[in-house]
Design a protein around this ligand. Structure first.
Ligand SMILES: Nc1nc2c(ncn2[C@@H]2O[C@H](COP(=O)(O)OP(=O)(O)OP(=O)(O)O)[C@@H](O)[C@H]2O)c(=O)[nH]1
Ligand SMILES: [Mg+2]
Length: 510
């Protein structure tokens, strides 16, 4: 064992400070009016997916640390991570050295996205996390040294910590310990812009917080009495317990309100989606790992300017844009929240309605960062989230190997063998985009019904729509109107039938 480190200094930090911090957090969260709930009046940002013509909401970048929205207490709770000096730590339980490193590098990118400064990172090889301190005791002390030597004030663990493990590790390292889930929640809290997004993030944060209140209860009674290793049952009669019960109830009430609010926001989105469908406009959802280049691709395909950032989870709200296939058919493209390995379940739940958007698409564009060290791992992570979305399984998927300009040719070749149908592109340079457009044109559902109609000249709008949404086989001008032979969807066929100034072929009775 590499257990040759000296005993930790007897600095203060974990103990009373920790207790005060915990009480603060509970008090602040419960004192909050709830930004998501309170901000509903008069500022519907029209973030809903159906707002086709809307300018990119996120044309401007929010400067971190200057936000005036600190009233948002859930942000306050998680904001603690921000702008801090952090040391990262990971466990390599199985898998290769390289996997563990890729994972820790991703954690570093997440930490930087959240606004922290990463000072150092440690990986311990260990079959399973230590139940008390996550790392083995020797490695935990080594970590304490690294933390002290770097003047770090936070440790971020590349995994999910049980409340008792977090406390156990905090006791050794003497600074705040945060897990990967809390970090991702923090980024989401920083990036959420729409009402719905904020409500979803707040819900996820409360869900994360709820089981952890008990941890604070334990740490309070630990302050009052003695230290008990497992932590089970402590605090059940402690002075803090009735308060915790109360807190818990209030958090549950808040969560129920948020759920109701999120549910209420769904119908408008659903309506807009439904109206697009009625119009027969096929939809394409862009899905993929965070930072794969989804928004860049959306911009490239539609000439728009959605927010692009070399940061994780830059996009949280679905952005919908309209564009056309090379043969002139209109379709919509929806940019969605990125995925990440082990996406916190609280977030998957809270963002369910956003994810369902993907489940209703006609085609999924699965964007892969071909220049990433582990693209296949990312593909698997994305698929495992997609698998939880009802109906997503049956939707045609086009794999887009993005960043082809950056990827090593050998790696690109390997990926093309693994995914023979994939389309290599560079959303950045535009390379391969034409091929992708043609592929989309092939895969997008075609209008079904063949019509042969004469549309009165007074209904130029319908003729226009046939050109937009359908495929025109022939067009000439008769006395009674425009004679069209075209393929259109059911709804448009019905409307054309109503105005038809010539007997439909199937009514000829010959
Ligand atoms: N070299 C290169 N960089 C790219 C390409 N596509 C995107 N990028 C860069 O990759 C980074 C992430 O791009 P985004 O479009 O924001 O990625 P995203 O998938 O929308 O990310 P999230 O919304 O954060 O999940 C940005 O720095 C882009 O400039 C590409 O084809 N080549
Ligand atoms: Mg994006």
């Amino acid at each position: 064992m590499d257990d040759d480190t000296t005993a930790p200094r007897t600095t203060t930090g974990g103990g009373e400070d920790g207790l005060r911090r915990a009480e603060d957090v509970v008090a602040r969260i419960l004192a909050r009016r709830g930004t998501a709930l309170a901000s509903t009046e008069g500022q519907d940002h029209a973030h809903d997916a159906g707002e086709l013509e809307r300018e990119a909401r996120e044309g401007t970048r929010r400067v971190q640390g200057l936000s005036t929205e600190l009233e948002d207490v859930s942000e306050v709770e998680y904001r603690q991570i921000r702008l801090e000096r952090v040391v990262l730590v990971g466990l390599r339980t199985s898998g290769s050295e390289e996997d563990a490193e890729v994972s820790l590098r991703e954690l570093a990118a997440l930490a930087e996205t959240a606004g922290s400064q990463v000072l150092d990172g440690l990986i311990q090889r260990r079959p399973a996390p230590d139940p008390a301190t996550y790392l083995g005791s020797g490695k935990a002390r080594e970590l304490a040294e690294t933390v002290a030597a770097n003047g770090a004030d936070t440790v971020i663990v590349d995994g999910e910590l049980a409340p008792s493990q977090r406390r156990g590790l905090e006791d050794v390292v003497k600074v705040k310990v945060v897990d990967r889930t809390a970090l991702i929640l923090d980024i989401f809290a920083q990036h959420a812009k729409s009402r719905e997004g904020k409500a979803q993030v707040e819900l996820a944060q409360l869900e994360y917080l709820l089981p952890r209140l008990r941890g604070w209860g334990e740490s309070m009674s630990r302050q009052a009495g003695g230290r008990v290793a497992g932590g089970e049952g402590i605090g059940s009669r402690g002075p803090g317990e009735t308060k915790i019960e109360l807190d818990r109830r209030r958090i549950r009430t808040r969560m129920a309100r948020l759920r109701a609010q999120i549910r209420d926001m769904e119908p408008s989105r659903r309506t807009q989606r439904a109206s697009r469908r009625r119009g027969g406009v096929p939809s394409v959802a862009i899905a993929g790992y965070t930072n794969a280049g989804k928004s860049t691709l959306l911009n490239r395909l539609t000439g728009s300017d959605a927010l692009v950032e070399d940061a994780l989870f830059a996009t949280l709200d679905p952005t919908v844009r309209r564009t056309t296939t090379p043969d002139g058919r209109v379709y919509t493209l929806t940019d969605t929240v990125g995925f990440v390995r082990n996406l916190p379940t609280q977030l998957v739940e809270a963002f369910r309605s956003t994810l369902e958007e993907v489940g209703e698409a006609d085609v999924i564009l699965h964007v892969v960062d071909a220049a990433h060290p582990d693209p296949t791992g990312q593909v698997q992570a994305v698929r495992s989230v997609l698998d939880t979305i009802p109906d997503a399984g049956g939707i045609p998927e086009i794999i887009v190997l993005n960043k082809a300009d950056l990827a090593a040719p050998e790696q690109l070749a390997v990926l093309r063998t693994a995914y023979p149908e994939a389309v290599p592109v560079s959303a950045w340079t535009g390379e391969g985009i034409d091929a992708l457009r043609s592929r989309l044109q092939e895969v997008l559902p075609r209008p079904r019904v063949l019509v042969d109609v004469v549309v009165p000249y007074s209904r130029g709008d319908l003729v226009h729509q046939v050109h937009e949404d359908g495929e025109v086989a022939s067009e000439d001008y008769a006395d009674a109107g425009t004679h069209l032979v075209a393929r259109v969807d059911d709804a448009l066929a019905a409307r054309l039938g109503e105005v038809n100034a010539a007997p439909a072929p199937d009514l000829d009775g010959e």
